[in-house]
Design a protein around this ligand. Structure first.
Ligand code: G16
Length: 543
C-alpha cells in the first residue's frame, strides 16, 4: 500500500494540558489537525517504529474516525502492530494495562475524559508511553515544538479497518489486532481482588449501584459486576456507551452524577454507590446516606488495602497531588508509610510507581489507583471498596466513622470558576503571589498562616523539576487554601479554589461540610479576592 506524504501547515495550539490535547470536536475536524499532532508524536517518539501501539477511546463522537486516521498513519510511519479495542473502545486504565501487558511502545487514548461529547462537545488524545504511563512534561513539550514546525505528514490512503470484527487484519505490512476491550482488564482485576468473597457478599443480599454515565465503563461494569460477580442487572445504570454520553456530563461528582447521589440518600439506597467518567479513570464513592470525598476515599483505601489479595504484602508508600486533602498523610504517619506530594496530573505519579516507592496514589479530582496500571482507575476503585466491604463486613458509614475517630477528619471542597478570560484568571494568581511574602505569621480568624508559596516539585526519581504548580496558603495542620489554574478546560480559563479544614480525632464536631468550611471560605474571599477581580459572586461549580 503506497505511503503518501501530505504537505501541511502547523497549528499553533497543540500544546498538551494536564492530560493530553483537548479541544472542541470542530477544532479536531479542521483539515490535517489530528494528522499534524499524530505526526509530531511519530517524529519525536522514533521508538514507535517497528513496535506495537495500542489504540482505543471512550466512544465519544469522532472516536472511530480518529482511530481510522491513526491506524493509517501508524502504518505509514513504520509501526509493526496496532492493538485496538473492539468498536474503538478502551477505557484509559484498560489501555494502560494493554500497553504494559503487550510490551507495546505506547498507546493513543482518544478521549476528552469527563468533558461533554457529541458534535458540539470536546475531543482529545492522550499519548501514553512504554510502561503505560502518560507522556511526561519534557516529551509533551518536544511534541508541541515539533507540531509548531510541521510541514508534512505520512499516511497510507484509503485504509479501512473493521473495528467491530475481533481478530487480526492487516494494513500493508502492519498487523491490526482488534481485541475485546474488557477481557485482559477483567483478568487483571481477578488477580487483585477476592472475587469469591465479593460474589458471596452479593449473594447475601448486599447491593451496589454503579453509574457508567453512558460512557466507556458500561461494558466493564456489566462484565465484571454483573456477569462475573453476580450483582443483579439493575446494579449498573446507563451502561451503554453513547457518542454524546446521552447528552450528559460524565464527571462523577455530586453535581453531574446527581441521580446516583439522590438514590444513595433515599430509602432505596444500596450499600455502595459508584460512578466513573467518560474514559473510565475517575471514580466517585458513596455509601448509604454518605458521600466519601476523594481525599477520604484515598486515605481509607490506604488504611484497608492490605486486607485485599493483591496488596497483602502491604503498601510501599503513598502519594497525593498537592491540592488533595491531607487525610492520606495522617494514615501514612500512623502506618509509617512514605507519603509524597506531587503536582496535579497523573503523570507525576509515574516515576514513583515505576521505582516502587509507592503502591497507591490519588487526587481530589476523583482519581484513585494503584501500581497495577499507570493511570487512575474508576472500576478498580469501586472493586477495592466492594472487596473492603465484603472483607470487613462493615458498612461505609461504619468504616468512615471508625476512620475519622482514629485519624481525625478533613472537610474539603473545591470551587471552580469556569470560562474566565485568561487575563482575569492570571490576575487573580498574580495578585495572590504578590501578597504572599507578607502573609506568613498573619492571623485570620482562628488560624495563623504558617506557609504561603507557589508549589514546585522536584521529582525524587529523575530529578526533574516542575514549577508554578499552584498557590498554597497553609494554616499549619488546621487548614489550607489553594488556588490554581486548571490544565484541562477547553474554553477560556478555569480557576480552582480548594478549601481544606482539619478536625482532630478529639474534636469530633460532626459538622456538615458546608458549615465546617464557611469561615475558611470567608477568609479565602478576603485573601484571594476572586469576586473583586473577576466580578463573579459565586463559583460555577462546587464539588
Ligand atoms: C486530568 C488529569 C488529572 C487531574 C485532572 C484535573 O484528569 O489526569 O491528573 O487531576 O485532569 O486537572 P485540572 O485541575 O488541571 O483541570 P482527567 O480525568 O480529566 O483525565
Amino acid at each position: 500500500m503506497p505511503v503518501r506524504e501530505i504537505a501541511t501547515k502547523p497549528y499553533p495550539d497543540q500544546k498538551s494540558g494536564t492530560a493530553g490535547l483537548r479541544k472542541k470536536v470542530a477544532v479536531f475536524q479542521q483539515p490535517h489537525y489530528l494528522e499534524n499532532f499524530l505526526q509530531a508524536i511519530f517524529d519525536v517518539e522514533a521508538s514507535l517504529k517497528g513496535k506495537t501501539l495500542v489504540m482505543g477511546g471512550d466512544g465519544r463522537y469522532h472516536n472511530r474516525t480518529a482511530i481510522q486516521t491513526a491506524i493509517a498513519m501508524a502504518a505509514a510511519n513504520g509501526v509493526a502492530k496496532v492493538i485496538v479495542g473492539q468498536g474503538g473502545i478502551l477505557s484509559t486504565p484498560a489501555s494502560s494495562h494493554l500497553i504494559r501487558q503487550s510490551g507495546a511502545a505506547g498507546g493513543f487514548v482518544f478521549t476528552a475524559s469527563h468533558n461533554p461529547a457529541g458534535e458540539d462537545g470536546d475531543f482529545g488524545i492522550k499519548f501514553n508511553i512504554y510502561g503505560g504511563g502518560q507522556a511526561g512534561e519534557a516529551l509533551t513539550d518536544r511534541i508541541y515544538e515539533a507540531s509548531k514546525v510541521i510541514a508534512k505528514y505520512c499516511i497510507v490512503e484509503n485504509v479501512y479497518v473493521d473495528l467491530d470484527r475481533r481478530g487480526v487484519q492487516s494494513v500493508g505490512a502492519m498487523e491490526v489486532e482488534v481485541v475485546d476491550c474488557v477481557d485482559e482488564y477483567a483478568k487483571l482485576m481477578q488477580t487483585l481482588f477476592d472475587f469469591d468473597r465479593i460474589r458471596d457478599w452479593f449473594r447475601r443480599g448486599h447491593r451496589l449501584s454503579f453509574d457508567a454515565m453512558h460512557a466507556v465503563t458500561g461494558p466493564y461494569a456489566q462484565r465484571i459486576f454483573v456477569d462475573m460477580l453476580g450483582a443483579p442487572q439493575s446494579s449498573v445504570m446507563n451502561s451503554i456507551p453513547l457518542e454524546d454520553f446521552g447528552g450528559g456530563h460524565p464527571d462523577p461528582n455530586l453535581i453531574y452524577a446527581k441521580p446516583l447521589v439522590d438514590l444513595m440518600y433515599s430509602q432505596q439506597a444500596p450499600d455502595l454507590g459508584g460512578a466513573s467518567d467518560g474514559d473510565g479513570d475517575r471514580n466517585m464513592i458513596l455509601g448509604r446516606g454518605i458521600f466519601i470525598s476523594p481525599g477520604d476515599s484515598l486515605a481509607m483505601l490506604a488504611a484497608h488495602l492490605d486486607k485485599l489479595p493483591g496488596y497483602a504484602k502491604g503498601l510501599a508508600g503513598v502519594a497525593r497531588s498537592m491540592p488533595t486533602c491531607r487525610a492520606l498523610d495522617k494514615v501514612a504517619e500512623g502506618r509509617k508509610l512514605a507519603c509524597y506530594e506531587t503536582p496535579t496530573g497523573w503523570k507525576f505519579f509515574a516515576n514513583l510507581l515505576d521505582s516502587g516507592r509507592i503502591t497507591l496514589c490519588g487526587e481530589e479530582s476523583f482519581g484513585t489507583s494503584s501500581n497495577h496500571v499507570r493511570e487512575k482507575d474508576g472500576v478498580w476503585a469501586v472493586l477495592a471498596w466492594l472487596n473492603i466491604l465484603a472483607t470487613t463486613g462493615l458498612s461505609m458509614q461504619q468504616i468512615a466513622d471508625t476512620h475519622w475517630k482514629q485519624y481525625g477528619r478533613h472537610y474539603y471542597a473545591r470551587h471552580d470558576y469556569d470560562e474566565l478570560a485568561n487575563d482575569t484568571a492570571n490576575k487573580v494568581m498574580q495578585n495572590l503571589i504578590a501578597r504572599m511574602p507578607e502573609l506568613v505569621g498573619q492571623r485570620f480568624g482562628d488560624w495563623t498562616v504558617s506557609q504561603a508559596d507557589e508549589f514546585g516539585y522536584l521529582d525524587p526519581v529523575d530529578g526533574s523539576k516542575a514549577s508554578a504548580q499552584g498557590l498554597r496558603v497553609v494554616f499549619g495542620d488546621a487548614a489550607r487554601i489553594i488556588v490554581r489554574l486548571s490544565g484541562t478546560g477547553t474554553k477560556g480559563a478555569t480557576l480552582r479554589l480548594y478549601l481544606e479544614r482539619y478536625e482532630t480525632a478529639a474534636d469530633r464536631l460532626g459538622w456538615k461540610t458546608g458549615d465546617a468550611l464557611a469561615a475558611l471560605a470567608t477568609i479565602a474571599d478576603k485573601l484571594v479576592q476572586i469576586s473583586e477581580i473577576t466580578g463573579r459572586k459565586t463559583p460555577s461549580v462546587i464539588t
